[in-house]
Write a protein that binds this ligand. Structure first.
Ligand code: ADP
Ligand code: MG
Length: 322
């Protein structure tokens, strides 16, 4: 039977944490990443479909630094625009490197990255008080944090590390994604056999006003939770989350840490409720997997990029099924 696979690429697929993030570095990473993806495509049947989403945290961070340093000369853009800029950048790099691999393998598969908005709720708890939970941009000293607050009274700046010189960061709301505004066009492209790259960086967060107009907002949607919404649109059977660890672990970071292989929805839910997966990293991945299975998905996988093919054959990774 034909299957639909959604791949969510983590930050390391595009920029390694020890790199500065030059175009050359990012193209090299994308080339490695899309090599794995082209192998997956090679193994698909004619009727199978593939859709890709990706993170953009490091790229947004870098752009914000560039903007800060040049703001006297060129005006800075708000976060929704920065989100769109990085969707364009990463979409371009993935699209080009994937097309090049496919050409070399004589696989005639169209690829297309789209700029993609995701609707959020203006009443989401993340928009109120100091609930905002997603740190963005540079780590700041207490003094820099104070100065940033003075210059931008609307910013929420939080201490994100217990101690050290630079332990403050600007924090923005991370609202839950409700729906994907380009859903219909994505569905059409995927049904037509196009490998679509969408919802990059969790999508550009937008609100809808009383008149039905959409407008961008300064927020960051978790890319795995937004990826799950994308999976719903295309009726994905398999949700493959590729990150920098081979498996999700219980008792993470403790002596009795244990990698999870094949587990049931019920087991995953129990581990999630017990707090084994950290907020902001593995937590939303497992939450997205649970949502995916609740919404009719068949299999959710969390593993590393190198293990993607093995994991699809159930020989590696954390595999969650109902
Ligand atoms: P991505 O860019 O792929 O979304 P994240 O950093 O958000 O990457 O999430 C992956 C990270 O989650 C791992 O590198 C690890 O540090 C962290 N993590 C938190 N809790 C767990 C856990 N229970 N098991 C494995 N990794 C975990
Ligand atoms: Mg993440």
């Amino acid at each position: 039977m034909a299957k639909v696979i959604l791949i969510a690429l983590g930050g390391n697929a595009i920029k390694q944490s020890n790199e500065k993030g030059s175009s050359e570095e990012q193209f090299n990473n994308c080339r490695k990443t899309t090599k794995h993806i082209s192998e997956i495509i090679k193994n698909l049947d004619q009727e199978d479909r593939l859709i890709i989403t990706h993170g953009n945290g490091p790229q947004v961070g870098n752009l914000m630094v560039q903007q800060k340093l040049s703001q006297e000369v060129v005006p800075a853009h708000p976060m929704d625009v920065v989100g769109a800029m990085t969707q364009g950048q990463i979409g371009y790099m993935l699209q080009q490197t994937l097309i090049n691999h496919l050409k070399k393998m004589a696989l005639d598969v169209p690829v297309c990255a789209i700029i993609n908005q995701v609707l959020v709720d203006k009443n989401d708890p993340e928009f109120f008080g100091d609930k905002a939970s997603k740190p963005v941009g540079n780590f700041l000293t207490a003094e820099e944090a104070k100065e940033m607050k003075q210059n931008n009274p609307q910013y929420i700046i939080k201490q994100v590390k217990p101690n050290g010189e630079r332990c403050w960061r600007r924090t923005v709301p991370s609202p839950d994604p409700i729906s994907n505004l380009e859903a219909e066009v994505i569905k059409k492209l995927v049904n037509a056999g196009v490998v679509v790259i969408a919802s990059g960086g969790g999508g550009i967060p937008v609100l809808e006003d009383e008149k039905g107009n959409y407008q961008g907002i300064e927020a960051v949607i978790d890319k795995d939770l937004a990826g799950e919404r994308l999976a719903e649109i295309v009726g994905a059977d398999i949700f493959l989350i590729l990150t920098d660890v081979e498996e999700a672990k219980i008792n993470y970071g403790k002596d009795n840490e244990k990698g999870l292989g094949k587990i049931t929805f019920k087991e995953a839910k129990q581990y999630f409720d017990e707090g084994h997966f950290l907020a902001g990293s593995m937590g939303p991945k497992v939450k997205a997997c649970l949502r995916f299975l609740e919404n009719g998905g068949k299999k959710a996988i969390i593993t590393s990029l190198d293990n993607a093919l093995e994991a699809l054959k159930e020989q590696s990774g954390t595999i969650i099924e109902k």
